[in-house]
Structure formats: structure tokens, C-alpha cells
Design a protein around this ligand. Structure first.
Ligand code: HEM
Length: 458
């Protein structure tokens, strides 16, 4: 499945697909066959993810780096007040910050500063989001002549990734040849060329395994997609819920202030106290509720042996797809237990149904000690291949929300089409929810954003 997506959507060359397909030993520490350690590419990549995305120090580093880059983006805004699509805003500035955090700043130069207007439109963030819009269509195998724009955006995103990989490799080679081998900075957490150590180590492992330059670019593009195509829309969903309920927004702001999330004040929003950030109960509940309602993932597994479930035999080598969405909106899990054990209600005087957003739902689940099983709530998948980026994703999203609501007054103006050209009666819906992670937004929210002065913030 992973290889099929990599080939169809990311342009993985056939030769690399075959090579990667030779490793059938799984990603766990215990091989599922007798393949040697150096042949176990999936396990080796998985170990690199675990080391760089799940260890506490690594996650804290990534979050601080993201906050620093996002603060720089916010500081560079040329206005005091503007009216804009909130998702469009995040698609540019949060995208830039998390891309720099992951792969360094070089890739954002793609198509930049060109005198040619058409070329300017190829800037990386715009190209990336065009590619993201076509992601599912490409995955379904739509031929080029039926999806020209999507294919063209895919090609340009890949071209940008190749440009970055070529330049990063050359610059890193030059730096390595002039660096003392004993120098402890030879293995920094982050560098200008490859960005985070995760990407540097992953690239080196793919080189060692014999993956071609084009194949590596395709796989790096996949990682850039995994982080942005989930974290940016998820931040947007949270901010939309806060902006359309000013009382909730005010409570979250008060919680951020009382929790001393930015101990050095509004001029140093990048110095976020991550421990304080993750202790905020209401912000945490809004996060979990948005993740419940707006994620839709296909947990996909290949069966290694026959299994019997509920009287049905599922045969070895079959593919199993388990959609998370059905569990995430199951009334028996999300509404009934609270109705039975809690006197709390939402604004309509009842427990909001499972398809409704309720900011406090997770606070009440916790207060009533209601157990939610993994199978009922799995926005990040499950088992040994559960998303390794989930801790960083949560921290990035919470930090981005906290930084935006602390830095700006946000006035709701209405909804619009994604390109901002047509007003819309409604906000983003789930009617066309695609099973791909965080569901893509089909509408933007138009907001009036005004910088807040330090006195009104702290
Ligand atoms: C809200 C944000 C995110 C969501 C909902 C999400 C969801 C997922 C899901 C559902 C999977 C597949 C798990 C399975 O098959 O059981 C996955 C895999 C993965 N995710 Fe995420 N993800 C998010 C953010 C991130 C971020 C920020 C990163 C990196 C910094 C990341 C890196 C990865 C990687 C590398 C894999 C593949 C792991 C492997 O094959 O061993 N994700 N993610």
C-alpha cells in the first residue's frame, strides 16, 4: 500500500519501488523473515523515526525550532491589520515554518524572485497546496489527461524537492570536507542544508540501501507532505472553532495567560514553555475534539496469516482497511456514556451528539473517568506503525494556535471558497471527507486579523 502510494502520488521510480519491495521483514525489531539487518530498510527507517520524533529531547527541539520559525514569519508580516482567509494564512506562514524546521529554508526558494510572473506563481507553498488538493485523485490513479493541473502540481513539487536535495547534498559535502571529524557540531540537531537530523539520517540510510536520487526526492516529498498536509489543516480547524465562538476564544486566551505558556512575554512568543502548553486542559480538549471530528484515516494492513473475526475468515495476504471515521462518530462511545454519568450539557442543554463539536467533551470524559478504547479513537493509527510524528504534531499545532490567538485579535467575517473569491454560507464540511489523515478543508474562514499590543495580551 505504502509503495503503491509512493509510486502513484510521489513519483517513486519503478526500480526503487522494486528494491524497497524486496524487504518483507516488517518495521518491528523482530524480523518477520530471515532478512539480514542491512536489508531491513523499513525497520531501519522506522528506528530513525523513533529516535528523532518520539524521544523527548528531540520533540522539544523540533517544537522550539518550529515556534522560533513561526515567530519569525509572524514578525515579518507587513501589516497591523488585514482581512484574510485564516486557512490561506496558515498555508503560507505555518507551512513555511514547519517546512524550514523539517528540511531547512532552501526549498522555499523554488520559483522565488523571478522577474517572470508565471514563474513566481510556482512558489513552493502555492505549488505544494495545489499538489495536496490533487492528492487523492492521483492516488486513485487518474491519468494525466484527466487531471492535468494535479499532475503538473505534483511534478513541480517534486522538481522543487529535487532542487533542494541536489543543493543540500552539494553544500553538505563541501561542509563535510572542511569540518574536523572530531567536531561535535558535525552531527547537529538541525542544519541549513538538510534541516532536521531526521531528514539527514533518513537520506543517508536511503543512499546506503541504494535508492536513486529521484527515489529519495520522492520519499522526502512524502515526509514534507505528511507533516504539512495534516498539521496545517488541523491548526485551521482548531482556530475556526475558537474564532466562531468568541467566549471560547477568550477562555482559551485566559488559560494560556494563566498557564504562563509564554514566560518571556509577547515579544518572545518563540520561547514557548512546552510543558505548560501541554498542561492546558481546555486547549487540550479542543485539540482532541477537533482531531476526533476532522481526522479520517484508513488503517491498512496486509494479513500475514489467516484470521477469524466474528465468524468470518480473512485470508493470508489480503489487505485490510479499517476506517477510523466510523468509530470517531459512534454515539455509543462519545455521547451515551456521558449522558449516563454526567449532568454536564452543551449550550443547547443536552450532551452534543457525536457529530457535533463540543469543546469540553474530553474534559467531561476525563472527569467521569469514561474509558475510550484505542479502536474507538485512533487519529494517529495504531500498533507498531502508529504515527511517529504524533507528539511533535500535537506540540506544533498547540503552539501555532497559542501563538496566533495571543498575537492577534481575530474577528469572524464569514466563510469563503478556498481561493477566497466566492462567499460561502457554511464552513468546512465533512460531506466529501476523504480517508487520508486530517480531512482537507473545502471552505476557508475569512477573518479580520489585528496585531494585539503587549499590554492587552499579558
Ligand atoms: C495531525 C497530524 C498527523 C496525523 C493525523 C498523522 C497521521 C498518521 C497516520 C494515520 C499514519 C499511519 C499510521 C498507521 O498506519 O497505523 C502516519 C504515519 C506517519 N507519520 Fe503522521 N500524522 C500527523 C503528523 C505527522 C508529522 C508532523 C510527522 C513528522 C514530523 C509525521 C510523520 C509520519 C511518518 C514518518 C509516518 C510513517 C511511519 C512508518 O511508516 O513507520 N506525521 N501518520
Amino acid at each position: 500500500m505504502q509503495l503503491r502510494i509512493a509510486e502513484k502520488v510521489k513519483g517513486l521510480p519503478q526500480g526503487d519501488k522494486v528494491k524497497l519491495g524486496l524487504d518483507d521483514s516488517g518495521s518491528g525489531s523482530v524480523p518477520l523473515n530471515d532478512q539480514r539487518g542491512d536489508e531491513r530498510i523499513w525497520h531501519n527507517l522506522h528506528s530513525i523515526y523513533l529516535k528523532n520524533l518520539t524521544e523527548r529531547g528531540a520533540v522539544d527541539f523540533l517544537t522550539h525550532k518550529f515556534a522560533e520559525e513561526f515567530a519569525k514569519q509572524l514578525d515579518s508580516l507587513p501589516w497591523m491589520q488585514t482581512t484574510t482567509g485564516l486557512y490561506a494564512f496558515l498555508q503560507q506562514y505555518q507551512f513555511n515554518a514547519s517546512t524550514i524546521t523539517l528540511v531547512g529554508p532552501r526549498i522555499l526558494n523554488y520559483g522565488k524572485d523571478s522577474a517572470n510572473k508565471a514563474e513566481n506563481q510556482l512558489r513552493f507553498s502555492g505549488t505544494f497546496w495545489e499538489y495536496d488538493t490533487a492528492f487523492m485523485t492521483l492516488m486513485q490513479g487518474m491519468p494525466r489527461f484527466m487531471c492535468r493541473q494535479g499532475w503538473a502540481a505534483r511534478d513541480r513539487t517534486l522538481e522543487a524537492t529535487k532542487m533542494w536535495l541536489r543543493e543540500a547534498t552539494e553544500a553538505a559535502d563541501i561542509a563535510a570536507s572542511s569540518t574536523n571529524k572530531e567536531d561535535k557540531d558535525a552531527d547537529p540537531d538541525w542544519d541549513e542544508n538538510f534541516g532536521h537530523r531526521l531528514v539527514r539520517e533518513r537520506n543517508a540510510e536511503l543512499v546506503r540501501y541504494g535508492i536513486s536520487f529521484d527515489g529519495r526526492a520522492a520519499m522526502h516529498m512524502g515526509l514534507i507532505w505528511a507533516i504539512n498536509a495534516n498539521a496545517v489543516p488541523m491548526t485551521a480547524y482548531m482556530l475556526f472553532e475558537l474564532v466562531r465562538d468568541p467566549a471560547l476564544l477568550q477562555r482559551v486566551r485566559t488559560e494560556i495567560r494563566a498557564g504562563a505558556v509564554f514566560p518571556h512575554g509577547v515579544g518572545a512568543l518563540h520561547k514557548v514553555d512546552i510543558a505548560a502548553l501541554t498542561r492546558l486542559p481546555l486547549l487540550g480538549s479542543v485539540y482532541s475534539e477537533c482531531l476526533r471530528l476532522r481526522s479520517s484515516i484508513p488503517i491498512s494492513r496486509r494479513l500475514r496469516e489467516d484470521i477469524v473475526i466474528d465468524g468470518y475468515t480473512l485470508k493470508k495476504d489480503s489487505f485490510l482497511l479499517a476506517p477510523s471515521w466510523l468509530s470517531h462518530i459512534n454515539e455509543d462511545v462519545w455521547t451515551a456514556p456521558l449522558a449516563a454519568s454526567s449532568s454536564a450539557t452543551g449550550s443547547k442543554g443536552r450532551i452534543p451528539g457525536a457529530q457535533e463539536f463540543w469543546a469540553e467533551r474530553f474534559l467531561h470524559l476525563e472527569a467521569t473517568k469514561t474509558k475510550v478504547k484505542l479502536g474507538d479513537y485512533c487519529p494517529y493509527g495504531g500498533g507498531s506503525v502508529i504515527c511517529p510524528g504524533r507528539f511533535f504534531a500535537k506540540h506544533e499545532i498547540l503552539a501555532a494556535v497559542a501563538m496566533v490567538v495571543t498575537r492577534f485579535d481575530l474577528g469572524f467575517e464569514g466563510y469563503s471558497s478556498l481561493d477566497g473569491t466566492t462567499p460561502s454560507e457554511r464552513g468546512p464540511g465533512m460531506e466529501k471527507a476523504e480517508c487520508r489523515g486530517i480531512v482537507s478543508l473545502d471552505r476557508d474562514m475569512v477573518v479580520n486579523m489585528r496585531r494585539r499590543d503587549a499590554a492587552s495580551v499579558f
